[in-house]
Design a protein around this ligand. Sequence first.
Ligand SMILES: [Zn+2]
Length: 305
Amino acid sequence: MSYVLGIDLGGQSCKGAIVSDAGEIIARREHPTDNVNGEKILQSIMKVINDLAADAKDKGIEVAAVGIGSPGPLDPHQGVIVATPNLKFERNYPLREKLVGLTGLSVVLENDANVAAYGEAWIGGGRGKKVVVALTLGTGIGGGVIIGDKIFNGAYGLGAELGHIMVEPDGRACNAGHQGCFEAHANAKAIIDWGQELVGPEIENPKQVQERAEAGHAGAILVWNRVGIYLGRALGALIDIFNPDVIVISGKIAKAWKLFEPKMMEEIALRAFSDLAAQAEIRPAVLGEDAGIIGAARLALNAQL
Ligand SMILES: [Zn+2]
């Protein structure tokens, strides 16, 4: 059995684990991300790696490689963080080279959304499937496409920005300044804004809109109907392009599944080829917060072979 480190780097914290080649988590560590500059973020990552290295030593385990998922845009081929609004790396920060220098191990870097999709495809909701589309619905909408056990990320590693599929030409603007993106129509902010409009000014988070809808509030139900329609538009496009055998949906907003599912399925039926829609199973993710760590570990296992 071989072991690697899977690291999930976020703006708030850096999480990591020793993971076996069966996808089993052996030990976990976490440190707050000192999100000041590249050097400080690097130190936060190294704290997690050093703690895990000590855990590995205690257990008599040898670790051969490190996989790391980070917010992008980043260049996975060069191992460089190009620029990310969520982390204060200097532009074109050579994260992989720095980590290789400090650890002496093979290091693989990939976009966090792709990494989480890869984790779900390996031992989560997409296990054993050929083409896995995974979406995370939260503050933003991230996603990834796994084709035949490989991450599809485009010619330069920047592809699969699934949250930016256009679902409403004259719709809301996303953080990147594009109009009508899926992300801007099914993320937490959209649900809060519509909740304030259709339920009341007291709405502060999607969970409240969920609770009100579950209690039968007509306005709150309308919010989730809207979310379902936009989800259905995006999924319809993804189904027609990729002919996935499974679409896995994770994130806090996915907890309102029963509320958005009917409209989502109706909209998919309107937008996608019926044969392809029937072939795409749509299901909730199973790994939760661990998807990033597990996917990063799988990348490290591949790098080791
Ligand atoms: Zn966008």
